[in-house]
Design a binder for this molecule. Structure first.
Ligand SMILES: *Cc1c(COP(=O)(O)O)cnc(C)c1O
Length: 400
C-alpha cells in the first residue's frame, strides 16, 4: 500500500464501505421478536415465513412464482439445473461480475462464454454478444452451435451489475433468435427497473436473487431466491430444491439441498418492508456524489457512474472510474474511507478458467474496468457530511 498523505494525524472522519449495525439498530426488537416466533414454533424448514417471502419477492419482482434457496449462488445453479443445462452446453455471460455467475455455469458442467461489457454501464454488451453469435455460431438442427467448439449455446446469463438493469431488449431479441434461455443474475439488483418500469428478473426465464448481507436486501447469513413466470419451471425448481424428490423419497430428478432457512425468511420478511426506503436513500446518496464530484471539477481523473435515463438504479454499489485507482484507494484508506474493487480480475483471466483459453485482450472493456473502477461507500445511513468528506478526500488526492 502506498503511504497515505497524512500519515501522522488521525483521520478526521471514518466512512466505512458498509455499516450494517446502523440498519439493524432501529429494527432490532421487531426482528428479534420474529426470530423468537420461529424458535417457539420449531418449524425451521420451508414453513410459513418462506411461503410469505416467496410470494412477496415474486410480486416485488413482477413475477408469478418465487422459490427461496440457500444463496444467490445456489439460485444460479438451481436455475441452470432446472433448464437442463449441462455438459456439451455453453452459456453466454459477462466476465465483469462476481465469480458465482460463471462458477455455477462450470459447476453445472457447461462452458462459460465471455462477451465484453458496455463501457458506460459495465453490463453485458448486446453488440459483443451479437458479434459472438453472428461471427462464431450457426444454427444446426435448430440449436445455436459454437462453430469452434461444437458446443450447444443454450442460454444467456446477463448480470444487472451494481444495481442497474442490463440492456435487456436487444439481449432478449438475440436470445429469441437463437432459442436461448435467459437467466438473469439479479443478485445486486432487487427492484431495479428499466425506463419502462420493468424490473430485474421479469425479462428472462428465471431471475436469481441473493440476500447475502451486503446486498440491498440482506439476510442474517446466506440466502437467495429464484423467480419465474412459467408454472412448470417453477415446480421443477421446487422439486430440485429438495433433492429432486417428489413425492418425498421418490426421485425422478437429481437435485440438491438448496433450501432457504425459515429463520432467514422471517428476517427478510421484516426487512423487505424497508427496502424501498433504503434504495431511495442510496439514490439520494448517489445524486449527492454526482453533484459534489461535478462541483469538484476533477476533469478526466474521476468519472461518476452512468445511470440509464428513466431507469431505477438501486445502487448496490456506487462505482467510479478513477485515474491512479490503486494509489487513490490507499489515500482514501489512510483518510478513514473504506472502498472496494468489484472486480480486480475479469473472469476470462481467472486461473481456474485458463482451460477455456481466454487471454488478455479478449474483453478489453472488462479489463479496463478491472483496472479503473472503485466502489465508494453508498449505504443508506450515510450522512451528507460523510459523503462530502469522501469527495473532498478524493479531490485532495488529485490536487496534491
Ligand atoms: C452476490 C452475488 C452472487 C452470489 O450470491 P451469494 O448469495 O453470495 O451466493 C452472484 N452474482 C452476483 C453478481 C453477486 O453480486
Amino acid at each position: 500500500m502506498a503511504t497515505p498523505l497524512q500519515p501522522k494525524s488521525a483521520p478526521a472522519m471514518q466512512v466505512p464501505l458498509l455499516d450494517l449495525k446502523l440498519q439493524y439498530e432501529p429494527l432490532a426488537r421487531e426482528i428479534q421478536e420474529a426470530i423468537g416466533r420461529v424458535c417457539a414454533s420449531q418449524h425451521f424448514i420451508l414453513g410459513p415465513q418462506v411461503k410469505e417471502l416467496e410470494g412477496a419477492i415474486a410480486s416485488y419482482s413482477q413475477c408469478r412464482f418465487g422459490i427461496g434457496v440457500s444463496s444467490g449462488t445456489d439460485a444460479l445453479l438451481l436455475a441452470l439445473m432446472a433448464l437442463g443445462i449441462g455438459p456439451g452446453d455453453e452459456v453466454i455471460t459477462s466476465p465483469f461480475t462476481f465469480f458465482a455467475t460463471a462458477g455455477t455455469i462450470a459447476r453445472a458442467g457447461a462452458r462459460p462464454v465471455f462477451c465484453d461489457i458496455d463501457a458506460a454501464t459495465f453490463n453485458l454488451s448486446p453488440a459483443a454478444v451479437e458479434a459472438f453469435v453472428a461471427g462464431q455460431c450457426e444454427m444446426r438442427a435448430g440449436v445455436l452451435t459454437n462453430k469452434r467448439t461444437g458446443g450447444r449455446v443454450r442460454a444467456l446469463m446477463p448480470v444487472h451489475l451494481y444495481g442497474q438493469v442490463a440492456d435487456m431488449d436487444p439481449l432478449m431479441a438475440i436470445a429469441r433468435r437463437g432459442s436461448l434461455k435467459v437467466i438473469e443474475d439479479a443478485a445486486q439488483a432487487i427492484g431495479a427497473a428499466d425506463a419502462q418500469g420493468r424490473r430485474a428478473c421479469s425479462f428472462g426465464d428465471i431471475g436469481c436473487l441473493s440476500f447475502f448481507p451486503t446486498k440491498n436486501l440482506g439476510a442474517f447469513g446466506d440466502a437467495g431466491l429464484c423467480v419465474a413466470n412459467d408454472a412448470s419451471l417453477a415446480e421443477r425448481m421446487e422439486v430440485l430444491r429438495v433433492h429432486g424428490g417428489k413425492p418425498k423419497y421418490y426421485h425422478a430428478l437429481i437435485g440438491g439441498n438448496f433450501r432457504i432457512d425459515e429463520l432467514q425468511a422471517a428476517v427478510l420478511n421484516i426487512k423487505l418492508r424497508h427496502l424501498d426506503a433504503w434504495s431511495a436513500a442510496r439514490q439520494r446518496n448517489a445524486a449527492f456524489y454526482d453533484a459534489a464530484f461535478a462541483r469538484a471539477q476533477l476533469g478526466a481523473a474521476v468519472r461518476t457512474p452512468v445511470a440509464n435515463p428513466g431507469g431505477r438504479h438501486i445502487y448496490n454499489q456506487y462505482v467510479i472510474r478513477a485515474r491512479d485507482r490503486d494509489a487513490l484507494r490507499a489515500h482514501l484508506a489512510g483518510a478513514g474511507v473504506g472502498t472496494e474493487i468489484y472486480y480486480p480480475v475479469p473472469l476470462h483471466l481467472q486461473q481456474c478458467f485458463a482451460y477455456l483459453g481466454g487471454s488478455a485482450g479478449d474483453c478489453p472493456e472488462s479489463e479496463r474496468a478491472a483496472h479503473e473502477t472503485l466502489a465508494l461507500p453508498i449505504f443508506p445511513e450515510l450522512r451528507e457530511t460523510q459523503l462530502q468528506y469522501v469527495v473532498d478526500t478524493v479531490a485532495a488526492y488529485y490536487r496534491r
